[in-house]
Design a protein around this ligand. Structure first.
Ligand SMILES: Nc1ncnc2c1ncn2[C@@H]1O[C@H](COP(=O)(O)OP(=O)(O)O)[C@@H](O)[C@H]1O
Ligand SMILES: [Mg+2]
Length: 261
């Protein structure tokens, strides 16, 4: 099976702070990972490496059969779909929703002729439709609710038909209905054989969509545990990850964690 990510001894150091400490991590094609850990654990830093937005201070990061540092990142990045708060901040407030999605393809295709643009627009509209937000196609991005914006960002991340999809806290700030709707759609994506290998970052067990296969637990930049979901999401590992004794339950593919008394 092909490897989409192969990190060996990856560390990221900034000044005196070690953001990631000696990470070994392999993601095979078709796997769907959740990365869990408390605030500041290094999850977004790990996604920056996986998305070819940052180079490790030490170690080797293999991404989609290329090695960071030995590849033109501008060729690699379009093969990776990213949705993150950092990226959302770069979207101009008045940008129309359809444009938010369609512009993700420009870097890939480099085509500017109008007939291609129309194809791109059609694809963008279909993706918005799949994520239930096509009625907003002509609205300014900033006028959407948090939940609607999150879905537009995922549609954007999928626009270039990426081989790897990185979703950094797509559930952050959503209300209960918004979260449940997102989990359901991500679970449907997980069941789609054509969907890219996916990494989903969260600090809430409730946001793990059924159908995800593996988990990596991070604390203070280091891996606490990683592997198949059911083996990793134990009370012992999760308590160590979040630094408090947790009681963990799972029901019909959904997980919940509460503090143990
Ligand atoms: N450029 C930087 N210099 C120093 N510390 C940083 C820098 N960037 C991030 N950090 C710190 O690294 C830690 C990990 O950050 P991050 O990867 O965003 O964590 P997470 O996404 O898990 O919340 C945080 O404590 C953050 O403040
Ligand atoms: Mg983060």
């Amino acid at each position: 099976m092909n490897e989409v990510l192969g990190l060996a001894g990856v560390s990221v150091v900034r000044g005196t702070k070690t953001l990631l400490n000696n990470i070994d991590w392999r993601v095979a094609e078709g796997e769907r990972w959740v990365v869990l850990g408390p605030n500041g654990a290094g999850k977004s830093t790990l996604m920056q490496i996986a998305g070819a937005r940052m180079h490790p201070t030490r170690g080797v990061a293999g991404i989609l059969d290329e090695v960071l540092g030995a590849v033109d990142v501008f060729e690699l990045r379009p093969r990776i779909g990213v949705a993150s708060a950092a990226l959302a901040h770069q979207i101009p407030e008045h940008e129309k929703v359809l444009n938010v999605v369609v512009t993700a393809s420009y870097g890939v295709t480099g085509r500017w002729r109008e007939d291609y643009e129309r194809d791109d627009e059609r694809r963008a509209f279909n993706l918005l439709d799949q994520w239930g937000v096509s009625t907003f196609f002509n609205r300014p991005f900033a006028s959407l609710s948090d939940g609607e914006r999150k879905r537009v960002q995922i549609a954007r991340a999928l626009m270039s038909d990426p081989e790897l999809l990185l979703l950094d806290e797509p559930g952050a700030g959503l209300d209960l209905a918004g979260r449940e709707s997102l989990v359901k759609r991500l679970s449907e994506l997980a069941a789609d054989p054509l969907a890219p290998s996916t990494v989903l970052v969260t600090h809430h067990l409730e946001e793990i969509p059924p159908g995800f296969t593996h988990a990596l637990l991070l604390r203070e930049g280091a891996v606490v545990a990683q592997g198949p979901l059911a083996e990793v999401l134990t009370e012992e590992h999760l308590s160590a990850t979040f630094g408090l004794p947790l009681s963990v339950t799972s029901n019909a593919g959904r997980y919940t964690a509460t503090a143990r008394n």
